[in-house]
Write a protein that binds this ligand. Structure first.
Ligand code: ADP
Length: 537
């Protein structure tokens, strides 16, 4: 028998974050780094007014519920206004990664059938090339408020200043509010369409103290771009918490980021390891410290333990996080448990290098090749990582077939799970190395390599081998001014891993190929040095 609930049932809508924010934290600040070291700052109250004005502007221009509104933009207050004005009125904010190849951007816009495109001035030439090939886009709007005469449609024209408030429409919480495409390293990019409900639940869960743990006392700086899975949900979780928001804009130099961090009292920041490396290199090279930063959320690819140690010396604790576009993105975050406090530093580091424990709302299992039968959660067995939960996609945007196997989403990662729920990724399935029938975790080999003082970045890839099937090879980018030998680098593996796991050779490179989201492109390295492993790479 079903017992009817006796609770108010309000739909979980993104506009509720906005109204909560302005009612309870009207004086909280949003600061944006602008070109030339300048800054823009205003309060949540003023932000709110502009969101209303933009929402009205979108309506005045005939943009209808469910329409996709594209963005090619950095992390700025205007981008944040677009997030809330679109979602608040039932439109879909479609963030596009401007660093993708133009053919992919074009594909994505056409697949999403965006009707408006808001773009930062840095992308003007890209937009000029896109315009003739993206017929669905009726309005290309430059994110510029200068009043100088221009033949381009500008953001100012889309702010209807005759309004200060708005009765935010109430609609089904399962309606879409955001769209983000995977970067399509294999095949065409695919869209993940987020609902209001999934976005709010993800934001709630990520504010938990054992997850990202955002609070009103924080000043949050998302280094991760707003086009990389909604900056990992920070535009929602930070505003929901009433935190100060510090948006880095277009200048991603170590100097600019460190200065923003210090001058704005940033306490929590999040990004992929490569952007943290840029900020850390600058900090260390100039003998600087972090006076307010306490928490570094690092994810998107494996955080090297050496980075955790360096940040810890600077009194910043790392929360290693795992996620993916299809998972909104957060699935796990890594923190020590009380029982880990008695462990040695090295043992604690080993725990912290794992991808972490599930957020409430995300469930994991590892399986064999059938992607169904669960394997033991003993912390040793590795298998295909499967996830399900309220913010995991059920199907890709525009596709009729389900993306699930038996109700679970196949992440494409290979991982282990232990009895406390700690998940540890050993590889992406397309990067695994199988030598003599045994798996070698490329992430483990890379993590050890980055402990070497002369190694800036390392990638462990498979080399086809007639005897063993595959053998590991370490590709190394040296730290500037150093010249370690192959032998010297490989000596770091002595007594750390089984002999057969030690790479056969070290290949030195001048530059590592990186994806548009700042991750190592191992497929490119394989292509460059050895016969390609897959046909579709
Ligand atoms: P893409 O990398 O294709 O742009 P995503 O950002 O969605 O798309 O990437 C998701 C993938 O990134 C995961 O499936 C996993 O392989 C990798 N990843 C994310 N976080 C981590 C992490 N902390 N450690 C190792 N791999 C990670």
């Amino acid at each position: 028998m079903t017992v009817p609930g006796s609770m108010i049932n309000r739909p979980l809508l993104v506009s509720s974050i906005l109204t909560h924010a302005v009612r309870n934290n009207p004086h909280q600040e949003i600061v944006t780094g602008l070109d030339g070291g300048k800054k823009h700052r205003y309060t949540y109250a003023n932000f709110y007014k502009r969101v209303v004005q933009l929402a009205m502007g979108l309506q005045n221009n005939g943009i209808k519920m469910g329409d996709r509104v594209g963005t090619l933009a950095w992390n700025t207050y205007r981008h944040l206004e677009i997030y809330y004005a679109t979602a608040g009125t039932g439109l879909v904010c479609h963030t596009i990664n401007p660093r993708l190849h133009i053919s992919q951007i074009q594909f994505i816009i056409n697949d999403a059938q965006d009707v408006v495109m808001f773009y930062d001035s840095h992308f003007e030439s890209l937009v000029e090339q896109l315009k003739p090939n993206c017929p669905s886009v009726k309005h290309w709007v430059l994110l510029d408020e200068s009043t100088s005469a221009t033949n381009l449609s500008t953001y100012t024209e889309w702010l209807d200043t005759s309004h200060e408030d708005l009765d935010w429409p109430q609609f089904d919480e399962n309606s879409a509010c955001g769209l983000c495409y995977t970067s399509g390293t294999t095949g065409d990019p695919k869209g993940a369409l987020y609902s209001h409900r999934s976005t709010i639940l993800h934001a709630y869960a990520s504010c938990h103290p054992d997850a990202v743990g955002v609070s009103r006392r924080d000043a949050v700086m998302p280094l991760v771009p707003m086009y990389h899975v909604n900056a990992w949900g920070l535009p929602y979780s930070a505003m929901l918490s009433g935190a100060k928001m510090v948006m880095p804009g277009a200048d991603h130099s170590g100097k600019a980021l460190h200065s923003l961090c210090e001058t704005e009292g940033v306490t929590l920041s999040a990004g992929v390891p490569s952007i943290w490396q840029i900020m850390l290199d600058y900090t260390l090279a100039n003998n600087l410290t972090f006076s307010t930063l306490k928490c570094a959320v690092i994810g998107g690819s494996a955080c090297p333990p050496a980075m955790i140690t360096t940040l810890s010396k600077l009194n910043v604790s790392v929360r290693h996080a795992w996620g993916m576009t299809e998972v909104s993105p957060l699935g796990t975050v890594c923190l020590l448990l009380p029982e880990h406090e008695s462990l040695s530093e090295q043992e604690q580091l080993n725990v912290l290098a794992a991808q972490g424990r599930p957020l409430f709302g995300a469930e994991f299992k590892i399986t064999g090749d059938d992607n169904v039968t669960p394997l033991p959660t003993d912390g040793k067995t590795t298998g295909n990582l499967m996830v399900r939960g309220n913010w995991v996609i059920e199907r890709y945007y525009g596709k009729s077939e389900s993306a699930l196997t038996d109700g679970w989403f196949h992440t494409g990662d290979v991982a282990s799970l232990d009895a406390n729920g700690y998940m540890r990724i050993s590889d992406r399935s397309k990067d695994v190395i199988k030598s003599g029938g045994e798996w070698i975790s490329s992430i483990e080999i890379e993590n050890i390599a980055t402990e070497h003082p002369d190694v800036q970045q390392a990638a462990c890839i498979a080399k086809p081998d007639p005897k063993w099937g595959e053998r590991p090879v370490l590709v190394v980018l040296k730290k500037p001014g150093t010249s370690p030998s192959e032998e010297n680098i490989l000596s770091i593996y002595n007594n750390r891993v089984a002999k057969w796991m030690i790479p056969d050779e070290v290949v030195f490179v001048d530059q590592m190929p990186m994806t548009a989201t700042g991750k190592l492109q191992k497929a490119e390295l394989r292509k460059k040095f050895f016969a390609p492993k897959e046909n579709n790479e």
